[in-house]
Every structure is written in C-alpha cells, then in structure tokens.
Design a protein around this ligand. Structure first.
Ligand SMILES: [Zn+2]
Length: 142
C-alpha cells in the first residue's frame, strides 16, 4: 500500500504538553483539533532538542495522540485517519483521556489504535518518501 499524497497544510504553531511544561513548536495542522508536530526531548532544566520524526498532537490540550515518532507521510496518513473518526475531539481534555477513550465504540477504539501507531506502520510499503535504511530490506521488482 502506498500512502496517498497529501498536500501539506501551511505551517502554524501549537503547544505540546510535557511533564516539564508546555513547549510551543511549529506544526502542520490536520484540522482544528489535530496537528503534526516534531518529536523532541527535554532535559530537567527545560533545554529542548529535536529527536527526528513526527507525531500527532491534540491542539487544544497539547496531548500527544499518536505514538510516534513516524515519518511525515505516516503522520499525514495517521492524521487523516484520526480526523475521519467519529469522535468529539472537543471533549478531550488534559484530565479525561482515559474516560474519553473508554467511551468510544469498539470499532472506533480499534481504528484509533491502528491510526495512532505510526511508528509501527512506518515502512517502505506505506511511507513516501521512504525513511533512510528501509529500502535495503525490500525486494524491488524490475
Ligand atoms: Zn513512515
């Protein structure tokens, strides 16, 4: 399967919540509720750095929705799937994630679980462009 090419949205900024506080990062919006954000780390002093790869963030709360990190195309595909789910992203808040997810239908939970696992779905059959190193493990048909 090849990921459908998605025209990127104009970059914006969003805030990601971390255990050491909020960090504002550039993002590629998916819709009003979700955005693709770069994966980063933070030390105890609050110094941050990029780790490579991306994830999907719930814009109003800064909560990470996808596991990540994945490549940009996997995050775009996951974001499209997440945005298509029959869920009310407006009711998700920083304190109710567990209850919010528990109230979803079994089918929606399954689709949400599959879509958020972008690190596991990141492979040559799914990604475009392919991540560095993946092509070597794939048989190419002439
Ligand atoms: Zn990927």
């Amino acid at each position: 399967m090849t990921a459908e090419q998605t025209p990127p949205a104009p970059l914006a900024f969003t805030t990601v919540s971390t255990s050491n506080g909020d960090v504002t990062v550039p993002c590629e919006p998916i819709n009003d509720w979700l955005a693709i954000t770069p994966v980063f780390s933070m030390d105890a002093g609050g110094k941050t750095w990029l780790n490579g790869g991306f994830t999907v963030t719930h814009r109003p709360t800064g909560l990470i929705v996808a596991d990540g990190p994945g490549c940009i195309e996997c995050c775009r595909a996951a974001g499209k799937e997440l945005a298509s789910l029959d869920v009310d992203w407006a009711t998700l808040n920083a304190g109710n994630g567990r209850e919010w997810a528990a109230a979803l239908s079994d089918g929606t939970k399954r689709r949400l679980g599959n879509a958020r696992a972008v690190d596991w779905s990141c492979d040559a059959d799914y990604c475009y462009p392919r991540p560095v190193g993946v092509a070597e493990s794939v048989a190419v048909e002439a």
